[in-house]
Ligand binder design. Structure first.
Ligand code: AHG
Ligand code: MN
Ligand code: MN
Length: 332
């Protein structure tokens, strides 16, 4: 009898083995390796101000963004862990221009590839606001044993076998889906174990919107009309809605996933195709949103139906409660 009142991540995966991909333990090993990296990153995040982990790493990534030390640390931890799992043959990450190929013996035969944003919300690291890690798992489409190629990573989001995020917030949580609903685990720091805390997350209808209104003048007219709809007084529909924006996609999305709401990142002057990256921000978040009963759109199409053209491709991104996405699309 488990004297601990919670189910740990490993107990859950073993018990659920049959539902998760090819139940030969592959997903277990990937998720276990992710959990190890998450605990390493969490340790640094929790000490941020006390260790030399804050501030810029003095390098920039392909997006031309200054890399923070924690971006690079998280990237290295996750790549190392996925490599050690033996189940992953390559990784596409925000912090590396090209795909990272694992061509050592143990991984060449691996079936899976991962797209990841090792640290999401970097601008918030130095000011102690929640940040996250986002991951997306696909089966490779090139033959096992050969080196993974770009086309293994440029698959439609609808072909994801699993996706999730870790949020380093007031508590550290792992939230993921394998296509059978959305499950949440909370880290018990006293044990160093992720424990099942949200067995089946469902997004309720929303009355909240999240957007960086600083870009208002550049928004498409339909988005402007939707925002005015959210702000107009209509008591029998609980309008005006509430506005909440943290500036970390994982934190903004996680709140809306649990409480209901819509997150919008439209095209702006500085990002004419939107700011968020399709492979490792929009697709994984879209898979989770849909599995929780919500939706995810680029304003033109279902995000999971977009055929990617490049690793760091950006798309306009609207995701959250189905009622709010439907209303937005009426205006678009
Ligand atoms: P990252 O730190 O991985 O580059 O992602 C930051 C993203 C996302 O987390 C957030 O929703 C968005 O940037 C905020 O952008 P603005 O500061 O332009 O609102
Ligand atoms: Mn990000
Ligand atoms: Mn990032």
């Amino acid at each position: 009898m488990n004297s601990y009142p919670f189910t740990t991540l490993i107990e859950f995966i073993i018990a659920k083995q049959a539902d998760i991909m090819e139940a030969k333990g592959e997903f277990s090993r990937i998720l276990y390796s992710l959990g190890v990296a998450a605990k390493m990153i969490n340790k640094k995040v929790n000490k941020a101000g006390l260790v030399d982990i804050l501030g810029a790493a003095g390098s920039t990534n392909i997006q031309g963004e200054d890399q923070k030390k924690l971006d690079v640390f998280a990237d290295e931890q996750l790549i190392g862990s996925f490599k050690a799992s033996g189940e992953v043959c390559g990784v596409a990450t925000e912090e590396n221009d090209e795909i990272v190929v694992f061509d050592h013996e143990m991984s060449k035969d691996a079936k899976y590839i991962i797209c990841m944003d090792p640290l999401d919300g970097s601008s918030n690291i130095d000011v102690n606001v929640s940040i996250g890690t986002i991951f997306s798992i696909y089966r490779r489409i090139t033959p096992r044993g050969s080196k993974p190629e770009l086309k293994d990573f440029l698959q439609k989001g609808s072909r994801q076998v699993a996706a999730g995020y870790i949020i380093y917030g007031s508590s550290t949580m792992l939230v993921y889906t394998t296509g059978n609903g959305v499950i949440g685990f909370t880290l018990d720091p006293s044990l160093g174990e992720f424990c099942l805390s949200h067995p089946a997350i469902k997004t309720p209808p929303g009355e909240l919107y999240s957007i960086n209104e600083g870009n208002y003048l550049a928004f498409p007219e339909g988005v402007k009309r939707f925002l005015k709809y959210c702000q107009e007084k209509k008591e029998d529909e609980n309008r005006p809605y509430t506005s909440r924006y943290i500036g970390s996609l994982v934190a903004d999305f996680h709140r809306n996933l649990l409480k209901g709401g819509i997150f919008l990142y439209p095209q702006t002057l500085s990002n004419p195709n939107g700011k968020l990256r399709l492979l490792y921000e929009c697709n994984p978040i879209a898979f989770i949103a849909e599995q929780a009963g919500g939706k995810a759109s680029s304003g033109k199409t279902r995000v999971l139906d977009i055929l990617p053209e490049s690793l760091h491709q950006r798309v306009p991104f609207y995701t959250g409660s189905a009622n709010l996405i439907d209303k937005l699309e009426e205006f678009l």
